[in-house]
Design a protein around this ligand. Structure first.
Ligand SMILES: [Zn+2]
Length: 280
């Protein structure tokens, strides 16, 4: 992991207690914010979460999606706190909601019975399993504080989501509930999100591997232009946008399977897509 470099200073939150520190120098620009670019880039995630939630309310879409948006906002807020402070508690506020949102997305994709009420035994069992999974992960991560453990579980959940949505669209018994034209739009939306997310993961790795070189480049380039070389901030922007796109794909897929595909369509307002209700 990259450690602090000579541009780093001491700051308001004291010594780093998080199990991770990123390539961006600490407290370089503010006594109160450890990593300025890595902190402020989370405002984009918060914007996407609020924007997504507003659209869900406008279109009167099921509450489970709103819960997903709240989780998405919590990731942004937790990550903001983590990068501002580099404290272990704030790191958990970033990392744990990532697991909760990803595992909830899997539940959304497994619950393919008609209707959105939670009263059936099957749905109740699924929700109980989800809560148990999240509780077990929280406990195990509190005991075994290896960030690689978190990263592997998160990656497994995201990959499982992609496999599940491919199965639902192509091979599942419920695939006939969605016409081919709509399947294509859903697949495109989800794939755009997944590719954007994966490119964020690539930059996340490059930022760690080439931190020394990047730091030299930043120094030569000078700020504010050097902020563009903060790879971890790009990870925030790309995974935020990728998550938003994948979530819209999941929403449209779920609504077509559990309700009626004729009631919903994918629409765009400015540059961000959303699911529009046609039976209002
Ligand atoms: Zn981060």
């Amino acid at each position: 992991m990259p450690s602090t470099n000579e541009l780093s200073r001491d700051g308001f939150f004291g010594p780093i207690t998080a199990s991770l520190d990123w390539c961006e120098a600490n407290y370089q620009f503010s006594y109160y914010i450890a990593e300025l670019a890595n902190t402020l880039s989370n405002l984009f995630t918060l914007y996407l979460a609020i924007r997504g939630a507003k659209k869900l309310r406008q279109e009167s879409l099921p509450g489970r999606f709103l819960v997903g948006c709240i989780g998405f906002a919590l990731i942004g807020a937790g990550s903001f706190a983590f990068h501002a402070s580099l404290l272990y508690e704030a790191q958990l506020a970033d990392e744990l909601p990532m697991i909760y949102v990803a595992s909830m997305s899997i539940w959304i994709l497994y619950d393919y019975q008609l209707g959105f009420d939670l009263s059936s035994i099957q749905t109740k069992s699924q929700v109980a399993f989800l809560v148990l999974f999240d509780a077990l992960f929280t406990w195990s991560y509190a005991v075994y504080r290896n960030p690689v453990y978190h990263q592997l579980v998160f990656a497994a959940l995201v990959i499982s989501c992609a496999i599940r949505i491919a199965y639902l669209l192509n091979w599942s018994p419920v695939r006939t509930r969605i016409p081919d034209s709509k399947k294509q739009v859903i697949a495109q939306m989800f794939t755009t999100g997944a590719v954007t997310f994966a490119s964020g993961f690539l930059v996340w790795n490059l930022d760690i591997i080439f931190c020394g070189t990047l730091t030299n480049w930043k120094r030569n380039l000078g700020w504010p232009a050097a902020f563009l070389l903060e790879g971890h901030s790009w990870w925030h922007l790309l995974t935020g946008l990728g998550t938003y796109y994948m979530f819209i794909g999941i929403q449209c897929n779920t609504l077509c399977i559990k309700d009626d595909h004729r009631k919903f369509t994918m629409a765009h307002r400015s540059w961000l897509p959303y699911v529009k209700r046609l039976d209002k």
